[in-house]
Design a protein around this ligand. Sequence first.
Ligand SMILES: Nc1ncnc2c1ncn2[C@@H]1O[C@H](COP(=O)(O)O)[C@@H](O)[C@H]1OP(=O)(O)O
Ligand SMILES: [Mg+2]
Ligand SMILES: [Mg+2]
Ligand SMILES: [Mg+2]
Length: 414
Amino acid sequence: MTGNCLKILTPISSSRPPLFSLLSKPTKTQFKTSSSFVLSVKMSYHKELAAAKKAASLAAQLCQALNSCSLSPLCKVQKVLLQSDVQSKSDKSPVTVADYGMLVVSGRAACSQALVTFVLERELPSEPFSLVAEEDSTDLRNDGATDTLERITKLVNETITSDGSYSVPTLSTEDVLKAIDSGKSEGGSAGRHWVLDPIDGTKGFVRGDQYVIALALLDEGKVVLGVLACPNLPLASICGDYHKSSNNEVGCLFYAEVGAGTYMQSLNGFFTCEGWYKSLPLKNSEEASFFESYEKAHSQHDLSSSIAKKLGVKAPPVRIDSQAKYGALSRGDGAIYMRFPREGYREKIWDHAAGCIVVTEAGGVVSDAAGNPLDFSKGKYLDLNVGIIVTNQKLMPKLLKAVKESLEEQSSSL
Ligand SMILES: Nc1ncnc2c1ncn2[C@@H]1O[C@H](COP(=O)(O)O)[C@@H](O)[C@H]1OP(=O)(O)O
Ligand SMILES: [Mg+2]
Ligand SMILES: [Mg+2]
Ligand SMILES: [Mg+2]
């Protein structure tokens, strides 16, 4: 453990990156040593990672404040929402417009997006800024949204003031709208692009369960760093006897930089847990626990349970919302994550970029259902073969075989 953060050990991989990749080296250069061993010196993204951690942590603080202010009219609406079903957009994702309640939910995500944009631009003033993000300001520009817009502008300003690092004039509602709309980049394979899901796991957020602020950086189409701020995720493992754990603190920040590993610290800055080294995966598929979406509409539970059966998995699935699944997996809470969206759903890069590097830098493997790595260079969508599967290097061949068999069985039964 270093300072107040935990280094997540590589569960299976024997090919940890060399220590020199942790050092600050500004160029991508290949060196030949006298023994003709080729060393590839990696680009360092330390400055960008520090900015991303700060942005995601502040956004998490903002989301937590939104949830705990029981007297706020915003929260009263959320309480009503908790008892009602969340409406759908045309792409079948929850949220937005239709009524004031939905505006409040999308407004909160937009609020988080504005704050992340503000922090990244202030922390990295000399870098060109391109952001591919989920939210836009359309709903907040409607006449009926004035009150919500004023409230979220106030909350963004309060969070900036309470942090105390930036001496800027108070942001206006127009500043906030502009900050939200700077997330309209299309991404792609050239240059650098930030990728943001300002509230990932909207349904979990509305239910008071798991959600994350997920931020990643693409460089030439590759994910080079990722941060997952998980305000409701316990610091202790969420599998096995976790409910018996003496530590019931919540709020985790996972972060990873290419070639430099994955780390976790507590969101409040104090790290108190230990002992995860012992529970790292694994072993045999029978002992693996597997994660999937809480929402049946997001992933076919019957398909994953047929795959788990083939693998001999004994434990019941762990169903939680959002990319918190990637974070929990990276620290060894479970060994497998399976995601099989319903036909017609297109996965977006902001739903996987940060989670993907958090898992791969901890030694895991993320692929589509056919075993291809995820390609983040094609714009805001991921073009995938059927679904996404995640596990460690030892279990991946077995998992792929089981996935293939179950998919064949599924298509022959149609
Ligand atoms: N119909 C759907 N199928 C699959 N994923 C969806 C669907 N609707 C929304 N999502 C997105 O899936 C992610 C949540 O997945 P999970 O079920 O694993 O929590 C979220 O990013 C959510 O978007 P959002 O960011 O708006 O919440
Ligand atoms: Mg959404
Ligand atoms: Mg999402
Ligand atoms: Mg979202």
